[in-house]
Design a binder for this molecule. Structure first.
Ligand SMILES: [Zn+2]
Ligand SMILES: [Zn+2]
Length: 226
């Protein structure tokens, strides 16, 4: 098999251990894997930002802004937004290279098991793309990530206005109308899945809607902490 990123052939060393237990197919070579290191070190318990404090500045800001009434329990992210991650994600999501998502499958599943397995009867809700974006990119990267998890995926959200929020200020983004519509109420705990947590605004819009309509608790699980 060839590396999904650099396309070099992946050599597997055969010794007695590999004969006894054949290695799992590796999606990327060892050299590329060095640029795809998981987040390690002390992190904020609420949002996964690297921080020596228990709760980081960003989250203290949210706490104050929302008067303690946050719509998410916490966010967990697997990878930092390293240069190589930025490149891979850009090619994967913006240039429609679906296969690249498999680079993240094992890590995404492993961390789910350690972080979220205790959340009983949870369902997964991927952040949707607008019809326009789906048309451009052919697939939704959040849905691909959701489907790596051993839970039911419910696509209950649709997007009413576009993703181009980046030109707005933080305040405008937070106070702007909720960009989502809920198609079906869920009474289970929900794990919202997306590729990246940046300010957490989009995820909180989605979470708020779910909670207003019967969902007891919402967690967000993201591939990258931006
Ligand atoms: Zn490679
Ligand atoms: Zn935080």
């Amino acid at each position: 098999m060839n590396c999904l990123w650099c396309d070099e052939e992946i050599h597997v060393t055969i010794d007695w251990t590999t004969i006894a237990m054949p290695p799992k197919a590796q999606p990327i070579c060892d050299t590329c894997a060095e640029g795809v290191q998981e987040l390690t070190g002390s992190r904020c318990r609420k949002c996964s930002r690297l921080s020596t404090k228990r709760v980081c500045e960003d989250c203290l800001w949210w706490e104050e802004y929302l008067h303690g009434d946050d719509s998410i329990e916490f966010n967990y992210s697997v990878f930092p937004y390293s240069n190589q991650m930025q490149e891979i994600i850009a090619k994967w999501k913006y240039r429609g290279d679906y296969e690249l998502g498999y680079i993240f499958r094992e890590s995404f599943l492993t961390h789910y098991k350690t972080v979220f397995a205790k959340v009983k009867d949870a369902v997964v809700v991927p952040i949707p793309l607008s019809d326009e974006r789906i048309h451009e990119r052919c697939f939704n990267q959040a849905k691909m990530l959701a489907e790596f998890l051993p839970l039911e995926t419910k696509e209950v959200l649709t997007r009413v206005h576009g993703e181009k929020q980046s030109k707005k200020s933080r305040h405008e983004r937070i106070t702007s109308n909720n960009p989502f519509i809920l198609q079906q109420n869920l009474n289970n705990p929900v794990i919202i899945v997306d590729d990246i947590y940046t300010t957490g605004t989009t995820l909180r819009h989605a979470a708020k809607l779910l909670k207003l309509h019967g969902c007891p608790s919402v967690y967000t699980y993201t591939l990258v902490r931006g």
